[in-house]
Design a protein. Structure first.
Lengths: 355, 417
């Protein structure tokens, strides 16, 4: 049930304050106990982490020991001022940093079944490492007493364990590894596995590139510092674009409608409807038999023609290429084998020349 | 009355965040200075862009799971008219604005508003409308959508109404088979009508294949088809092969006069590898043979990446693309280097050599970019970037970009249950 705020400005202020406080807290590690040393000394995990027995949600207090638990053994070190033994900043000793929860895990329930922490925590944090090992997903999926975890994984029900994959992404499984030039490869994969993509990537992530119809700038312009990314329009794409388009016109059209090309070309005075247009065509363009005759060029790359000349059915092509017109039949040789005369009335483009 | 309505709207917008467990909000301001080339006349232009994003997730509502509100929008001021022709200096749009939620124990998922429809024959369609997914049983499900395709800011009418759907079977995570359909109508005339079939199968955790085809019904031809096989041979070596067929003329709407002029087929077959030769050194290589209507071509890419430290990287990238009429060799070198945990430097030099036909009288371009980004803290970040070079379009190319962003994140511990 939605709780209505009694006083909206207070709620907004509180939310903003919480955000700033959370962001300000940062994720800097403050405390780094020697797990291996404790284990060597024969200490059980629960000696220090007794509170985990009652923890039903991540983020609840008690999972990490208070200082008095440490002092049961290390009072002497504290008295001698050896704060650096545990605290990373000995001059400004601080306690554990509270992080927002990102997993749904009921420790109390799991420990009821089996109190062996290492069943899930297969590796202990190392004192020298800043990256703390988290239980591998295989530990969850391999639990024979609870086959539902495997079933949840198969069904893509990540939300049963992962609280927010959008904000706390995990490394993709090997069959979805984003290696090499994944930017080029992902359309094929996403066509049939978009649900798998959506487990980590929100639509806003896709929209950064795929909302090309509404976005004001290319991702490479917005993030020029990410030189390691495989941006499609990296560097001087303007110079390359005509060659790229020749190699794969469809790739351009997936994001850019023909009018995108037309509007830019019009500004360069390259389209017939621009003011005082320039002629971009080579010599021999209108000469049948010439190596650069427009008819044969158009057969090869009609999309390039459309990039400047697609101003509707009455555009300049149809003024010549109509029945009885000087341009003759514009259809490719295979056209008649695919289209019957009966289609004429159902397609407005046919009616332009075949009234 | 108007004030009451505004207050109601304000409360309606603020109330869900108040009860929500996860809130992501972002504001990004980008200032850009660069030349704009118009019909040989180069002028310097200034663009100021503000992008905002809001994602409110896990909103509590009885009977509804995963309730979410998503917004992504922007506004722009420019000293020149937009190069792509918006015609004036002030513009803006909404990329996404939708409400999403699941009902009946996640059997039915609904998305309402401006959204991206992805998968199957839809490819990626930006739509103002509704999208519903019904999970039937044993991994079987159906998705259906209807609405108005988003009109681009370049005023191109894709069509006034689009509808379509996809039936799928997801036996395991990552494996899926689907058949799909899409139709777009423009002024009561058919603009696009496609059916599609797609499959992605994970044979082994390290071996997967994807195949898909989109068939244009009025032209009775495949507009798009592809096959990709990925094999992670060992943890340090991944091999892939792929084949692709496209008919670019079938990407033109049927309402374009050019749809009757040509049958174009582009095909590509190739493969490549990703090799982590050393813990710090990795290679990526790919080659494709191209068949375009005017002949054959080749495309290859080779990249080496070396990690100096955990977050410092240098890379070399070379790409070769040759089609019958022209070709380009693109060489790029880049470096990412963090000065400390908050400040990061990056640099990039890109040299493109045009083969065979000069463009605008020039046969190469060179652009160098340097950037510094700063994680200020408390959600704030900033970036400064500048680039210089020479290109066939600008005798001297330059651009300067400044960006400042604020990211706000709030997650309630209440979500962990």
């Amino acid at each position: 049930m939605i709780r209505r705020p009694s006083s909206t400005p207070w709620v907004v202020a509180a939310v903003l304050f919480a955000g700033v406080a959370l962001a300000g807290s940062g994720s800097q590690l403050q405390f780094n106990p020697n797990h291996a040393g404790h284990k060597k000394a024969g200490l059980d995990c629960l000696t220090c982490h007794e509170g985990i027995f009652d923890q039903t949600e991540l983020g609840q207090p008690g999972a990490f020991p208070k200082e008095k638990v440490c002092l049961q053994c290390h009072k002497k070190e504290k008295d001698e001022g050896k704060c650096g033994m545990c605290h990373l900043k000995a001059d400004k000793p601080a306690t554990f940093v509270t992080k927002p929860p990102y997993l749904i895990i009921n420790h109390a329930k799991h420990l009821e079944k089996d109190d062996k922490c290492e069943a899930c925590h297969v590796a202990l944090p190392e004192k020298t490492s800043f990256e703390k090992p988290v239980p591998p997903m295989s530990a969850c999926l391999g639990c024979h007493d609870h086959p539902q975890h495997k079933q949840q994984f198969d069904n893509g029900q990540c939300f049963t364990c992962h609280l927010d994959l959008t904000h706390f992404p995990i490394k993709p499984e090997s069959f979805l590894r984003h290696a090499g030039n994944f930017t080029r490869m992902h359309p094929q994969i996403a066509r049939s596995a978009s649900a798998a993509c959506e487990t980590c990537h929100a639509q806003s992530w896709c929209a950064d590139c795929h909302a090309a119809r509404t976005r004001p700038m290319k991702p490479s312009e917005l993030n020029p510092e990410r030189v390691d990314r495989n941006w499609i329009h990296w560097g001087d794409f303007l110079t390359r674009h005509s060659i790229e388009a020749r190699a794969n016109q469809a790739a351009c059209q997936k994001c850019h409608p023909v009018s995108f090309c037309n509007d830019c070309h019009r500004q360069q005075r390259l389209t017939p409807d621009s003011s005082n247009p320039l002629n971009p065509h080579p010599a021999g363009w209108l000469t049948p038999g010439s190596s650069s005759f427009h008819g044969s060029e158009a057969r090869k790359d009609i999309v390039s023609c459309a990039a400047c000349h697609d101003q509707g059915a009455a555009s300049n092509c149809v003024s010549c290429h109509r029945v009885g017109g000087p341009g003759g039949n514009p259809h490719p040789s295979s056209f008649l084998s695919k289209h019957s005369a009966s289609e004429i009335n159902s397609k407005p483009m046919c009616l332009t020349c075949h009234p | 009355m108007r004030r009451a309505a505004a207050l109601s709207l304000l409360l309606a917008v603020w109330a869900p965040p108040a009860a929500a467990q996860t809130i992501d909000a972002s504001s990004t301001t980008v200032l850009r200075l660069k030349p704009d080339w118009q019909a040989g006349d180069t002028r310097t232009g200034f663009w100021g862009t503000e992008l905002v994003g809001l994602s409110v997730r896990n909103i509590e509502m009885s009977g509804v799971d995963d309730l979410k509100i998503q917004l992504s929008a922007w506004g722009q001021l420019a000293s020149l008219s937009n190069p792509a022709g918006t015609g004036n200096g002030t513009t803006g749009d909404i990329d996404l604005l939708y409400v999403q939620g699941s009902l009946f124990h996640r059997r039915l998922s609904l998305t309402l508003g401006r959204q991206l429809i992805s998968g199957g024959a839809a490819r990626v369609l930006q739509l103002d409308g509704v999208n519903a997914t019904v999970m039937i049983d044993k991994g079987f499900g159906v998705t259906g959508y209807a609405g108005a395709p988003v009109v681009s800011r370049f005023s191109y009418p894709v069509g006034e109404f689009a509808f379509g759907g996809r039936a799928f079977w997801r036996p395991t995570y990552g494996s899926e088979i689907g058949i799909s359909f899409i139709e777009i109508i423009s002024g009561s005339v058919l603009s696009r009508q496609d059916i599609g079939a797609d499959a992605r199968w994970v044979f082994l955790p390290n071996l997967s294949a994807t195949v898909s085809g989109i068939f244009n019904i009025p032209e009775t031809a495949f507009s798009d088809a592809g096959l990709t096989v990925n094999w992670q041979v060992v943890p340090t070596l991944q091999l892939f092969v792929k084949g692709q067929h496209t008919s670019p003329d079938l990407f033109l709407p049927l309402t374009s006069i050019f749809s009757v002029f040509a049958n174009i087929n582009n095909d590509a077959v190739g493969g490549g590898a990703v090799w982590d030769a050393l813990p710090r050194l990795s290679f990526y290589g790919e080659y494709q043979r191209l068949w375009v209507d005017s002949g054959k071509g080749d495309e290859a890419e080779l990249r080496a990446t070396y990690r100096l430290t955990r977050k410092a990287t240098v890379g070399l990238d070379s790409r070769f693309l040759f089609v019958p009429v022209n070709g380009v060799i693109d060489l790029r070198a880049w470096v990412l280097y963090p000065l400390n945990q908050k400040i990061r430097l990056s640099g990039d030099v890109d040299w493109a050599l045009i083969q065979r036909q000069a463009i605008n009288g020039g046969d190469d371009s060179f652009v160098a970019t340097a950037s510094v980004s700063w994680l200020i803290g408390s959600g704030w970040n900033a970036m400064l970037s500048g680039s210089i070079g020479t290109t066939p379009f600008y005798q001297a190319s330059y651009s300067a970009t400044a960006r400042i962003g604020y990211d706000f994140f709030y997650a309630s511990a209440k979500g962990a249950k």
